[in-house]
Design a protein around this ligand. Sequence first.
Ligand code: GLN
Length: 500
Amino acid sequence: NSRKTSSSVLHTPSDSSDVEALNAGINALTSVSSERRSRGHGQLQGLSIAVKDNICTSSLPTTCSSAMLHQYQSPFNATVVRLLRDAGAHIVGKTNCDEFGMGSLNLNSIHGAVVNPFQAQTTSNVPPTQTERRSAGGSSGGSAASVAAGICDAALGTDTGGSVRLPASYCGVVGLKPSYGIISRWGVVSFADSLDCVGILSKSVSTVKRVFDAVAVYDPRDPTAATPDLREKTRPLNSSFLPVTASTHQPRSLEGLRIGVPLEYFPSELDPSLVNVLRAVLRRLGEAGATLTSVTVPATQYTLSAYYVIASAEASSNLARFDSVRYGLRTATLPGATISKSSDVFAYSRSAGLGKEVQKRILLGTYALTADAFDNYFLQAQRIRLHVRRDFDRVFRHPCVLLAEPHPPRDGVDVLLHPSAIRTAPLLDRGEHGSRGGDKAVPGLSEYLQDIMTVPASLAGLPALSVPVGKGADGWPVGVSVVGQWGCDDLVMCVGKAIE
Ligand code: GLN
């Protein structure tokens, strides 16, 4: 396929020193497994997989890229890790990320930023010079970069508001955020648990699908897991209308497929060269028989604000466990302060162990949950979330199986298509991202804006797949997202296959 980067011809390394060599210039991994590749059997036999550092592994540390957990080693494997191992996959290491998953550029990490490996592979194997370094995106930047650099065949990330799809788009790889509740979160360190999803990154949709099939199973240990009954109900939605070739899962024809292009996904901040790439994809799909139509999801304009209120509120509660007693760093000193009561240990440890971005979210989230602010912030955000959900139910032709009485429109669409991001990967060293030395009038806003295309599907819990489809005006990768009704993960991957 001509659109694939030249990195796709690399073979994944067979031992840990090769992995370390590939990782040296990009800082994608936080730890490397010394285990030999197993010769086990199973559906993922022969596949090497890197795991984001907020997913628990018993043989490697789980730091969440935080000083708070810099020495933490879980006594157990997350369900998703156990399933990978049971299926014969080899875990190569843990991947760098924004602290507890909070960020869009992988800048909020005690391990340092991840360097986007894309350019290194298009020209030569020489690492990019300081001035050319671009972000791999976040928060699963290490997962996307390790796939793009050929360190592993696939990687697990987590996606709360876009953390798999955004780095996938920036690094030129495929990234799936599945329907909420389809992959177990047991053993995944919670950021905002009503939004958190384990996602999968790889160079091809078929590898993503292969991993998905191995890990998307009901787990009674995750109270938010979709029940077997619900999973069964989604089966006809995925298979009834798109005839696929059994061996490849490639759609035989797109005849009958209805694709919606949401009008609200073209904000003024969107780089026009990305629109051209999307246009070319739509043209191709139209020629293959798909029907294209524009749709409207009006609540989109409020989603970024609602997301940051809900995610921060949940984070303030979830991160309360890092109190230096049950988990995490413990310090009884802080520069310039003296300890006078035992609660100071709690305060000092959290001040020393949690980074600025995490502290900001905890403060914002705690405020949103106070009696004074609850109605105006938290409840309003939940109302917007409901509107977003309803907007999507009004455009998809498939019923939402989570609803008791769904009324899908007859002329609805099968999937939505939109750019995954507003731009290509930002530079790491020139402060294009506002908050770190940039010249933007509103500090930090630019980093938050990166999620504008991805948060709506997160708020609604929908499956969304970012597929690399071309290059922007600057020659860097551009991803397009396919979004489907809840439970239509297979359909989304099937359409993804048609556009990759
Ligand atoms: N960038 C978003 C945030 O900072 C999304 C992060 C994520 O999906 N984990 O919250």
